[in-house]
Write a protein that binds this ligand. Structure first.
Ligand SMILES: Cc1ncc(COP(=O)(O)O)c(C=O)c1O
Length: 377
């Protein structure tokens, strides 16, 4: 069945529960095959329901980006969390660590500067807590993290070891630059380079007498494309649960594997465009993750049977806040007709929605609250 047949108002962000379950199983199978722990990033779905499915499938814990995002999961009794973000604000750290203590949860933090480490150390000491800290490595995005040859890396690890309230969790990286690749082969090259870089840093630390308990990597493209996880112990993909236009462009997914789609209705038409009721406030204006576009539209729209490959997919070529501009192809569509849109980037689409319409092949739907929506602090 197509989400176009669902008995819901539009615009609606719809999740195909069967495709979702297959994607969760695919991520878990990659982890199992390579002997890795899987700590999925919840920033993609921000729901409790999908996190529960990931844990049931065998995830070792969850990864979050921000303090308040993590708090949603701590309060819902998820007991193992990595906050893969350089938290430097003491108040945010206090909120997070207090909640972890209250909920008897294990928490991993991350540092890529002495300022960050000082804030973690002071807060943990004030609360009388022991905390585990990853050191982040920049493998090429370049965003957060220290370059492998940066002398501050050794100082940070030394600082963690020298602090009784802190334990060194290991090394962590995110190869987000893989999103700018042209195809899966290029992503695979980036994934191999990340493995080599992380192994080099681990060996350097071991030479200095520091054991490295975990080496954690993860972006959806690299996890899906990689042919080796040499020296890696953990993966943290997020987007793999839904996939999107970017995964399709990179050749890492096929259309039936995309679990999240936006259902919209044609509300007007002119000579050039069909106008639908999903604009930038639903689809986001994102052309791809990390601002690395590689695409010149805002999503692919599938009218009628086009999802089943029996018609033409049309491009969403412009957006106003409340309107999407779908280019008119040969298809003759009428006002009131529903179309299904595959967004370029699923994660910001979810963060714009109050709920996800989680549908089953029977047509039954569940409404899953986007519980950590807007938790940007
Ligand atoms: C630190 C970190 N880890 C993991 C992820 C998950 O990556 P993806 O969304 O490609 O699955 C992200 C995504 O931005 C991230 O920033």
């Amino acid at each position: 069945m197509s989400p176009a047949e669902l008995d819901v108002e539009t615009p609606a962000v719809c999740v195909d529960q069967a495709a979702l379950a297959r994607n969760i199983a695919r991520g878990q199978e990659i982890a199992r095959r390579h002997g890795l722990a899987l700590s999925p990033h919840v920033k993609t779905h921000k729901t409790l329901e999908i996190a529960a499915l990931q844990m049931q499938a065998g995830a070792c814990g969850l990864t979050a980006a921000k303090t308040d995002e993590a708090l949603v999961y701590l309060r819902a009794d998820f007991r193992s969390l990595t906050v893969a973000y350089p938290l430097i604000a003491r108040e945010k750290l206090r909120r997070l660590l207090k909640s972890a203590r209250q909920n008897e949860a294990e928490i991993n933090l991350l540092a890529d500067s002495m300022d960050g480490l000082d804030a973690i150390r002071d807060t943990a000491a004030q609360l009388g807590l022991r905390t585990r800290v990853f050191v982040k490595i920049d493998v090429g995005l370049p965003r957060c993290g220290l370059l492998p040859e940066d002398p501050r890396l050794l100082e940070l690890v030394h600082g963690i070891h020298g602090t009784p309230s802190l334990d060194f969790a290991g090394l962590l990286s995110h190869a987000g630059h893989a999103y700018a690749a042209a195809d899966a082969d290029e992503v695979r090259v980036i994934a191999r380079a990340e493995c080599r870089t992380m192994s080099r840093v681990r060996e350097m630390l071991e030479k200095h007498g520091y054991a490295v308990p975990a080496v954690s990597v993860g972006s959806t493209p690299t996890v899906l494309a990689a042919d080796t996880f040499d020296g890696i112990t953990e993966i943290r993909p997020g987007n793999y649960v839904f996939l999107d236009g970017t995964a399709l462009r990179l050749g890492l997914a096929t259309l039936p594997e995309v679990a999240l789609m936006v259902l919209a209705t044609i509300v007007s038409a002119n000579e050039t465009y069909y106008i639908v009721d999903a604009g930038s406030k639903v689809l986001s204006s994102d052309k791809g993750a990390h601002g690395t576009a590689g695409t010149e539209h805002f999503g692919m729209a599938f009218p009628g049977d086009a999802l089943q490959g029996q018609g033409e997919a049309l491009r969403v070529v412009r957006l106003s806040e409340e309107h999407g501009f779908v280019e008119r192809g040969a298809a003759r569509l009428r006002i009131g007709e529903r179309i299904v849109i595959v967004p370029n980037h699923a994660c910001p689409v979810v963060n714009l929605a109050d709920e996800l319409i989680a549908w089953k092949a029977s047509g039954a739907i569940e409404r899953w609250k986007v519980a950590a929506r807007g938790a940007v602090h």
